[in-house]
Design a protein around this ligand. Structure first.
Ligand code: NAP
Length: 294
């Protein structure tokens, strides 16, 4: 019987730990950690994500600033705002919610964020530091997965790990982190993608599978061996007649049948998803303590 990895619980635990840290900061009379979030336009999903991040800040006692900009904000105007955030000594870290409107070059914006305030960990300088195992801000979702592996004491040393997906935000950093000489880590890693020939030949050998491709119920029981550890990053909204809202969330794993063969598995929802915000808050605290850039 698989142990179900409870991301909601671990995320709450991390937020409780952060609240204790904030209380100590307050007792010292020191400056509170301060996260800013920049939202350009009125995309519904982005509003929800940013809203949840700001709310989580308030819950643990951080300061938060929401910078709302109109959909027709120019690239030049956004770069000006970013320069202001880079130079504001009260802001420890900030995020620019993606996607940005089409007329703005996301790459250019990412490059303009000061690496020491890049709590999303997307700036090439921070990605390079991650690859070199130097102090950095780990990107939120991979950081959250490492926390789950650590807190569930899952043995990763010497294991064979297959990562499905090579995106810059999940698959690629995940493969780097699992191969590093750290704990969790020290795996032998194969990163698979849409051009991988005979994916099943890799997954059948894997001790740990991290699935991040965005195709509901893609990983099936016939693709995994007994005792496998499965981390499901996928979230896809599909229509459902069984829920009030008319939709449900599906992961990239055919949960029931794969769980029956797994030693550990993350559910969707309630697995990896809740960890993302907790990771962002941890990065903000690190930034306020100058733990990454002294
Ligand atoms: P993405 O940028 O679309 O990347 C998907 C990756 O999957 C690509 O590398 C693609 O290969 C690969 N792929 C597609 N079809 C494949 C196949 N048949 N076999 C093997 N590989 C295949 O997606 P993402 O941003 O990484 O997100 C992946 C999923 O995770 C989505 O459902 C997303 O919603 C979810 N997600 C969840 C969280 C969270 O907090 N829980 C955070 C981020 C993302 P190519 O490179 O060859 O195209």
């Amino acid at each position: 019987m698989a142990t179900i990895i409870d991301g909601k619980l671990i995320s709450q635990q991390i937020q409780e730990e952060l609240t204790i840290e904030v209380n100590a900061i307050k007792a010292n009379g020191s400056k509170l950690p301060h996260l800013a979030a920049v939202l350009v336009g009125n995309d519904g999903a982005s509003e929800t994500y940013v809203g949840a991040k700001v709310k989580a800040c308030e819950k643990v006692g951080f300061k938060s600033t929401m910078v709302r900009l109109a959909a027709d904000t120019t690239e030049k105007e956004l770069l000006f705002i970013i320069e202001g955030l880079n130079n504001d000594p009260d802001i420890d870290g900030y995020i620019v919610q993606l996607p940005l409107p089409k007329h703005i070059d996301e790459q250019k914006i990412m490059m303009a964020i000061a690496p020491e305030k890049d709590v999303d960990g997307f700036h090439p300088q921070n990605v390079g530091r991650m690859a070199l195992n130097l102090p950095t801000y780990l990107p939120a979702t991979p950081f959250g997965i490492m926390q789950l592996l650590e807190r569930y004491k899952i043995d990763t040393v010497g294991k064979y790990c297959v990562v499905i997906g090579r995106s810059h935000i999940v698959g690629s950093p995940m493969s780097i982190l699992m191969a590093r000489n750290t704990n969790p880590g020290n795996c032998t890693v194969t990163m698979c993608h849409s051009k991988t020939a005979d994916l099943k030949a890799f997954t059948l050998k894997a001790d740990i599978i991290i699935v991040a491709l965005g195709k509901p119920e893609f990983l099936t029981a016939d693709m995994v061996k007994d005792g496998v550890v499965v981390i499901d990053v996928g979230i896809t909204r599909v229509a459902s007649t069984q829920t009030k809202s008319g939709f449900k969330l599906l992961g990239d794993v055919k949960y029931d049948e794969v769980a029956a063969k797994s030693s550990f598995i993350t559910p969707v929802p309630g697995g990896v998803g809740p960890m993302t915000i907790a990771s962002l808050l941890v990065n903000t605290l690190k930034s306020s303590r100058k733990e990454v850039y002294k």
